[in-house]
Design a protein around this ligand. Structure first.
Ligand SMILES: Nc1ncnc2c1ncn2[C@@H]1O[C@H](COP(=O)(O)OP(=O)(O)OP(=O)(O)O)[C@@H](O)[C@H]1O
Ligand SMILES: [Mg+2]
Length: 494
């Protein structure tokens, strides 16, 4: 913790902001002022939430407390609170409201404000509120430090992310590591499933025993059984000596069964028995082998769906779905992208012997807007490439892969497919088909489809198809925006 806590004061009236800043400076704090929520977030972003930044970059000390006015022209106090909660949860806000605005005060407290004060602000009240907020900040900070130490101790130091979905992953890993419980890790490609499987093993009492990976999708059916259970000499043509399989290799340790969703029916049956009884027979042998193995499984498709579709055994599903860890998509934790990107810059600079100090704003915005079908792996590859290509100390947009550049320019598969008679006038009001030629009885949900589509389209166009900005202007999350883009066919290639 810095000696003098830093406080950011946000008010569109510079006189109010300055007078609060002066008072707090006299009280011994380091103060900065901002004119609205956007400016405040920029300032907070530039000091980065170093506590959450596991890459451990050294930057200016982060703000401990933000005192914000409620009504501001561009980005108001409530908006700022929402963004703080999402992006910098350890910065504790205090809200200043106009007299008698009790509803907004309640909302502010719900959004994590330590306190709210009414204008004109009384010195004593401000003193008390700041003390309270600082105590809260210290607790949050200690909590994060403890978590960081814990993850260091438990070998999770390389897993980057402070989004609450990742905190949930860390908590689950902590909770299950000690035991022998079977764990199922779900998530899209490149979301970190294998990494988490390793972390569980590394945190378990089995850490010094082997961690063996068996991938159900990678091996031809005929070799699967031998690969998993081993075989004895003479079991089949070419089996000229005994060969232990992965189950035996993992004895005492962990067997990570990857891509369980692509296991064939016969493999599913075999796995069911090993999982249940920890017993198997090597191919060509009648002798049963018993092992002490901890199973971790990964799937990149929801198994419930496969069970419903009849391609995955229900009994196996129940056997493996004891503890389920779901890895979030990268686009669901956009706030983690800067920390991840910086982490990879550091990693690949070390490898390439280069000195790159960071990523410029335009490139970082692009990274935060792109839709990352390959999740963290794709981000890692993009940064590795940029580090190799970069001749400057800062990575810029033109060093990012062309797909990302095209995406942020709105060129990737998002050419509009409006037919010629579909007139579209962003500034000319919204066209409501259900009202054409008077009212025809129509369910409201159906009547709202076209206007909604046009509003989204107008917003996307106005923002050069930047989804991040569009979602934030529409006050919906990015996933919802993506779903709507898909639903309305706005992403169809022209
Ligand atoms: N939270 C994270 N912090 C740092 N690096 C990460 C994180 N998540 C993933 N990575 C990195 O991204 C790459 C992909 O991760 P990983 O192989 O664990 O994903 P996966 O979900 O197992 O992918 P697949 O579905 O292809 O098996 C790895 O290089 C990993 O180190
Ligand atoms: Mg994997």
């Amino acid at each position: 913790m810095p000696d003098k806590p830093r406080i950011l004061i946000v008010d569109d009236d510079p006189i109010v902001a300055e007078s609060l800043a002066e008072f707090l400076a006299r009280e011994g704090y380091v103060t900065t002022t901002a004119g609205d929520g956007n400016e405040a977030m920029d300032l907070i972003g530039s000091t980065a939430d170093t506590e959450g930044d596991t890459a451990g970059r050294s930057q200016a000390a982060p703000y401990a407390v933000v005192i914000t006015d409620m009504n501001m022209p561009r980005s108001d106090g409530i908006e700022l609170l929402k963004r703080l909660r999402k992006q910098s949860p350890s910065v504790v806000p205090i809200m200043i409201t106009g007299f008698g605005k009790i509803e907004s005060a309640v909302e502010a407290v719900k959004l994590g404000a330590a306190d709210y004060l009414t204008k004109p602000v009384v010195d004593d009240e401000l003193r008390i509120a700041v003390n309270k907020a600082l105590n809260q900040h210290t607790l949050l900070h200690e909590n994060q430090t403890l978590k960081a130490q814990l993850s260091e101790r438990f070998g999770m130091g390389n897993i980057i992310g402070s989004d609450y979905r990742m905190q949930k992953v860390y908590d689950l890993v902590d909770a299950v590591a000690e035991s022998k419980t079977t764990v199922l890790i779900g998530g899209g490609s490149g979301t970190g499933k294998s990494m988490v499987a390793r972390a569980i093993h590394a945190n378990s009492p089995r850490q010094s025993a082997p961690f063996i990976t068996f991938s159900c999708g990678a091996i031809p059916e005929t070799l699967l059984e031998s690969e998993l259970f081993g075989h004895v000499k003479g079991a089949f043509t070419g089996a000229d000596h005994d060969k232990p399989g992965k189950c035996l290799a993992a004895d005492g340790g962990t067997l990570f069964i990857d891509e369980i969703n692509s296991a064939t029916p016969s493999l599913q049956l075999k796995l069911l028995r090993v999982l249940q009884e920890k017993q198997f027979e090597p191919v060509g042998s009648t002798q049963t082998t018993t092992v002490d193995v901890r199973f971790i499984l990964a799937t990149n498709q929801p198994l419930e769906q496969l069970v419903r579709g009849g391609t995955f055994r229900e009994d196996l599903y129940y056997r493996i779905n004891v503890v389920h860890i779901q890895m979030p998509n990268l686009t669901d934790r956009v706030g983690d992208i800067p920390a991840l990107a910086n982490h990879f810059v550091e990693k690949y600079c070390k490898e390439a012997g280069k000195t790159i100090t960071g990523i410029d704003e335009q490139a970082m915005n692009a990274l935060q807007s792109y839709d990352w079908p390959g999740n963290v792996r794709e981000l890692e590859n993009a940064i590795e490439r940029a580090v190799v290509l970069s001749r400057q100390p800062i990575i810029s947009l033109d060093q990012l892969p062309e797909t990302i550049q095209r995406f942020v320019r709105g060129e990737t598969g998002h050419a509009l497919s409006l037919s010629p008679d579909q007139s579209f006038a962003p500034s000319g009001g919204v066209h409501v088909p259900a009202l054409e030629g008077g009212w025809h009885p129509t369910p409201l949900v159906d009547a709202l489809v076209e206007p909604e589509k046009q509003i989204i389209l107008a917003a996307l166009e106005a923002n050069d198809w930047n989804r991040q900005i569009t979602a934030s202007q529409l006050d919906i999350n990015r996933t919802t925006l993506y779903k709507k883009i898909k639903q309305f066919g706005l992403d169809q290639a022209g």
